[in-house]
Design a protein around this ligand. Structure first.
Ligand code: ANZ
Ligand code: ZN
Length: 826
């Protein structure tokens, strides 16, 4: 039996995805099909495609199924385009869930972690993602986190890692501090518990030193979605204004306030200090102290979000003191309130109730004066209760009278600066990144505390500082790090003076691990540093990054910060790590996020068992634009499977030999093929993957038709169409594509077959017939180009000799529906 006969006998029922998976998965592994070439002489241009690496929480879920299917479209497209593609995989394998599981099962977090990694790795292999497995990494491996420690020490040496005391976010459930970025609407980003504030000494990265650059460099990020850029911009929160000095009666040092509206200085009628700021406690009079302390205790229970809410009833306590307005010497009362935050600006404000709504609400509640200093044309805020923050002309403001807001800002800053009572200032909402955690399963902070020498970094040659072997109950959260109980581990010699000293017992936020892993992939076995700068120069920066929008201000901001520091250290050439960013939507079910309590979860493994990998992947990609949510209740993996069976059958039925010249084949089908190539290319480039899949479906139908009722399976155009189909399909359904390619008699992986190029000669569309009606009756038929303009078509129809007898003079109306209809009303 010849090969062609064998090919012709495949029926729908013979589309056996599990068998295809077993066959091709093995070949890809044996041949390391997707391994990036390390050969320096490889002439191909390189591309770096990265999916956000997974946390090993269990097996892969539907969300993974989507994001990796999308990323693989890009990686495989680039492989077809002839690039040397780096598409690595690893695990973000430190973190709390492993620790909590270990406490429950009286085990070590590593057991759970590495078992889950194995499970996920096997699922990824089955899922057919084109990873270069040779670069696999796990952040919980000592030869990875060693470099977290090494980087921490470099940051420390540069003054970018430091310890300070202060109020921090504390999750009472996870028993650890959190970074600002990990507090979402007042709740712990991980467990959802209400975050409280505690006074603690913690380690910080000085990301605020990079605030302006993080903002400026966003200009480079032309491949990022606008919404992501906006979220970063808002998080960084730059504003311009002035720092103004106010004397407080009975206090030697003046206090600073930050204001974006120094032009309204003459309208400041009271002064507000954050209730939890040290200043409030310092200046409150004895008489007011009891009321103040009671109030402060109430404020401590509130999150920043609650404090800043504009619709919240204003509260506060008079501190019994007066401040002096530096421009007019007026005495204004000093209050403590919750709507001023202690860690923003200077934790104190001048209140201008006429032009700031929160100040006005406060003034009305406590009967404080309202003084208009900018005439905006709107009614008096004191009467309406509506502050007037807009543009206008300055009044009641001495030297500023008659100026516009902008002019007044410039002028008052000038005046303040000459008098030494203030300066122009820029403020950022961004805070330093709190990175220490009181939990076990993370990177130990490589610092030794010596009573004589202070904070001493562990010498590089002693890295990594590994974790002491703790398990089960020993890991239970207790408000201090579990590492503190490992006394043998804690007590060490000071590296500087050899006296008795103690290790820092906190571990690093796992976002440290993920802030540079994409660089490690370039040289995963490198031993002389976190990465080989040479290899990063070769592969970096990342051309396409794919991952969830939930990381908009966490991982993405931190990684940008790390990259800039590494750039300043001379270790990388670029300042932005991710050129292009794709945020996929979520997979939901029945209009709702999948959850245990709703019982609407869909299991990825089960879907694969039922429909096969390719059908599941195709369904993910075909469901809609990548950014949109996929409602699994609205899609049909069964239909995807049917389509794939049809596609494979078409590829199996081709009877011509590989290598046949296509140009002798059926022109109609060739045109369809080349249109498909042309459109699919544009659609993939613009990330409209779902529409590209629709084009593949159309090509399949056209080929089917050509086989059944057209030129038949031996026509070269049928082979051309089927081979094109195999290559296009390889982006979304790699198993079916490989099998089809093989049945087409082609050798080598279809992944590198080469992206087809559309022949322009075959893209020219023939003419279409346009019907010309006069008063509803057909009078002429014109052959026109399918993309003729309305004007052209109108002119052409009116010039027709056949209509002349029916139209005298100018017609009353001409309705044009290009390219197919012109209706003339005489
Ligand atoms: C006087 C004033 C008059 C203000 C006016 C606004 C309008 P952004 O843009 O977010 O930087 N502010 C300053 N420090 C604060 C703190 N610790 N907690 C709460 N609010 C604080 O906002 C700066 C403005 O927010 C400042 O300008 C200050 O109010 C307030 F018609 O000063 B403004
Ligand atoms: Zn010492």
């Amino acid at each position: 039996m010849g090969p062609n006969q064998a090919r012709r006998t495949v029926a729908v029922s013979e589309y056996d995805p599990q068998a295809l998976q077993a066959k091709w998965q093995q070949r890809w592994e044996e041949q390391e099909t997707y391994r990036a070439s390390e050969d320096p002489a490889d002439p191909r241009e390189r591309r770096y495609m990265l999916d956000m690496f997974p946390y090993p929480s269990g097996d892969l879920h539907m969300g993974h199924g989507e994001v990796f299917a999308l990323g693989d479209v890009v990686a495989r497209y680039w492989m077809q385009k002839g690039y040397n593609v780096l598409h690595p995989i690893g695990w973000d394998s430190f973190g709390l869930p492993a620790e909590n599981a270990a406490i429950k099962r009286n085990a070590h977090p590593a057991e759970w972690t590495y078992a889950n990694i194995e499970t996920q790795a096997n699922s990824f292999r089955r899922y057919g993602i084109s990873f270069d497995w040779s670069r696999r990494l796990h952040t919980s491996d000592p030869d990875y986190f060693r470099w977290n420690q090494w980087l921490f020490i470099r940051f420390f040496e540069r003054g970018l890692a430091y310890r300070k005391g202060g109020l921090v976010n504390w999750c009472p459930n996870d028993q650890t501090v959190l970074a600002n970025e990990q507090v979402v609407a007042g709740k712990c980003e991980r467990c959802g518990a209400d975050v409280i504030r505690r006074e603690l000494t913690q380690w910080y990265f000085k990301i605020t030193d990079y605030a302006q650059r993080l903002l400026d460099d966003m200009e480079q990020l032309t491949g990022w979605p606008e919404r992501l850029l906006t979220m970063q911009r808002n998080w960084i929160g730059r504003s311009e204004g002035a720092d103004v000095l106010f004397e407080i009666e009975g206090r030697d040092e003046p206090v600073h306030v930050y204001t974006t509206r120094p032009d309204t200085l003459y309208g400041a009628t009271f002064f507000v200090v954050a209730a939890d700021a040290a200043l409030a406690d310092e200046i409150v009079t004895d008489e007011q102290r009891p009321a103040f302390e009671a109030y402060r205790a109430e404020v401590a229970k509130l999150s920043d979000i609650e404090r800043l809410a504009t619709d919240k009833e204003k509260t506060g306590v008079f501190l019994g003191r007066y401040a002096i307005n530096p421009v007019n010497g007026e005495r204004i009362p000093v209050w403590a309130a919750d709507y001023v935050l202690s860690d923003y600006g200077h934790g104190a404000i001048m209140a201008v109730p006429a032009h700031d709504q929160r100040d006005l609400d406060f003034a009305r509640k406590f009967d404080l004066p309202v003084k208009v200093v900018v005439h905006t044309g709107l009614a008096d805020p004191g009467e309406t209760g509506e502050a007037t923050p807009g543009e206008g002309t300055l009044v009641n403001s001495g030297p500023l009278d008659g100026l516009t807001k902008t002019e007044a800002i410039t002028k008052i800053i000038e005046i303040l600066e000459t008098q030494g009572r203030g300066t122009g200032a820029v403020n950022f909402r961004l805070r330093d990144w709190l990175l220490s955690r009181q939990r076990y399963w993370g990177t130990p902070i490589p610092i030794i505390h010596c009573p004589d020498c202070g904070e001493v970094p562990v010498p590089d040659e002693q890295l990594p500082v590994t974790l002491p072997d703790l398990r089960g109950e020993a890991l239970a959260p207790k408000g201090v790090s579990p590492l503190a109980s490992a006394t043998e581990w804690v007590n060490v010699e000071c590296p500087k003076c050899a006296g008795p000293a103690q290790r820092d017992t906190d571990t690093m936020d796992t976002f440290v691990d993920s802030s540079w892993y994409f660089l490690r992939y370039c040289s995963p076995g490198y031993n002389d540093g976190p990465f080989d700068p040479e290899q990063v120069r070769k592969w970096g920066p990342i051309d396409q990054y794919v991952g969830g929008i939930e990381h908009a201000v966490l991982h993405l901001l931190y990684s940008r910060f790390f990259t800039k520091v590494l750039h300043d250290m001379g270790m990388v050439d670029f300042t932005e790590p991710f050129q292009r960013m794709l945020n996929q939507g979520q997979v939901i079910n029945g209009g709702k996020a999948m959850s245990k309590s709703l019982g609407n979860g869909v299991d990825l493994g089960q879907q694969i068992d039922d429909f096969g990998v390719d059908a599941v992947r195709l369904t993910m990609v075909f469901a809609g634009p990548p950014e949109d949510d996929i409602d699994w209740a609205d899609v049909s993996p069964a239909a995807s499977q049917k389509f794939l069976a049809r596609a494979l059958r078409v590829m199996s039925e081709v009877t011509s030999e590989p290598g046949v010249a296509f140009d002798g084949g059926d022109t109609e089908l060739r045109k369809v093929t080349h249109h498909t190539i042309d459109e699919a290319t544009k659609l993939i480039e613009s990330q409209r993957f779902n529409v590209a899949v629709a084009r593949m479906m159309e090509l399949t139908s056209a080929t089917r038709k050509a086989i059944d009722s057209g030129p038949g399976p031996a026509d070269p155009a049928v082979r051309e169409a089927a081979e094109t189909l195999a290559v296009l399909l390889s982006l979304v359904a790699p198993y079916t594509a490989e099998e089809g390619w093989e049945r087409l008699g082609r050798t080598g992986s279809v992944a590198f077959a080469g992206w087809p190029v559309a022949d322009p000669a075959l893209l020219v569309q023939e003419s279409v017939t346009c019907v010309v009606q006069v008063a509803g009756k057909v009078r002429d038929r014109l052959e026109v180009s399918p993309d003729i303009s309305e004007d052209e078509l109108r002119a052409l129809a009116l010039a027709s000799e056949k209509i002349a007898p029916y139209v005298q003079g100018m017609p009353r109306k001409v309705i044009v529906r290009a390219p197919k209809l012109v209706n003339i009303v005489p």
